[in-house]
Design a protein around this ligand. Structure first.
Ligand code: SF4
Length: 270
């Protein structure tokens, strides 16, 4: 039995699916709110809460933070935090893709998605309009929904009820209902958020809208199965995670991405 440690967050746990399937039977140690997700990752037969005793065998720490370092591990992932900071501060070269670092820590070749049971494909445009940080929120979801000549559904989390309900979805719906909403999806459109990775993990083609962060900063890894829409602005990336306000004041990185541009990225995938 191999134990994999990754406490959060949604996207990082989804991306762990690139390696768990190559490790035999896996115990996955994570926060209780990610239990359902972790149980669906390939190879995972058991989920351990933070307080549960270890099960023995090899331990791979894919988090490598203060909390995870309290547990014994045979190997810990390279975080490359300083490289990511240098990317923001000095526009240095990007960090290695997360799945590459996960693969190196686990000693396996990362697999391509889907990493979760695939959804049935259909004609629905699936939108994930929310983001924890304001600068990661694209302003034209309503226009995109109106321009799509088919059914639309939105998915989101706590605090995103307004826009998600307006676009015909259910926010704070829980993991199961979010997956249900993705059934019949043609393409998922999202900002640089965990739902982008969840959509790809269940086999949907994805369009990722990148503003204060960039698609080459390690998390976006979908090649021909996705499109990254982003603008070549000198101020990008201005943050590793997004922030409350645009440092230069105009939020051009996302405000200048027009719905037509996103729609043509969507159409190129269907
Ligand atoms: S416009 Fe530039 S500075 Fe402003 S949020 Fe976007 S990337 Fe950051």
């Amino acid at each position: 039995m191999t134990t994999v440690i990754r406490f959060s967050s949604l996207g990082d746990i989804v991306l762990a699916g690139a390696v768990t399937g190559q490790l035999g039977e896996v115990s996955f140690r994570t926060l209780p709110r990610y239990r359902e997700l972790a149980l669906r990752l390939p190879g995972v037969v058991r989920v351990l809460d933070p307080g549960e005793p270890a099960v023995g065998g090899r331990v791979i720490d894919l988090h490598n933070n203060l909390r995870s370092r309290q547990y014994r591990a045979d190997v810990r992932v390279s975080r490359q935090d300083w490289r990511r900071r240098a990317r923001v501060w000095f526009k240095a070269s990007p960090a290695e893709p997360v799945v590459t670092r996960y693969g190196r820590a686990a000693g396996v070749e990362p697999s391509a998605p889907p990493w979760l049971p695939p959804v049935e494909r259909g004609s629905r445009l699936v939108l994930a309009p929310g983001a924890a940080h304001a600068t990661k929120r694209w302003p034209y979801w309503r226009e995109l929904a109106r321009a799509w000549d088919g059914p639309v559904i939105a998915v989101g989390g706590p605090g995103e009820e307004g826009i998600v309900t307006e676009l015909g979805g259910v926010a704070e719906a829980g993991f199961e209902r979010t997956l249900e909403a993705m059934q019949g999806g043609a393409v998922l459109v999202a900002g640089d958020t965990g739902l982008l990775h969840l959509g790809a993990a269940v086999g949907l083609p994805v369009v990722g809208l990148f503003g204060p962060t960039t698609s080459d900063d390690g998390f976006y890894c979908y090649g021909d199965r996705g499109r990254a829409v982003e603008l070549p602005l000198a101020c990008r990336p201005c943050s590793r995670f997004g922030g409350p306000t645009c440092p230069v004041g105009d939020h051009a990185c996302l405000r200048e991405i027009h719905p037509d541009q996103v729609l043509s990225a969507v159409r190129s995938l269907v």
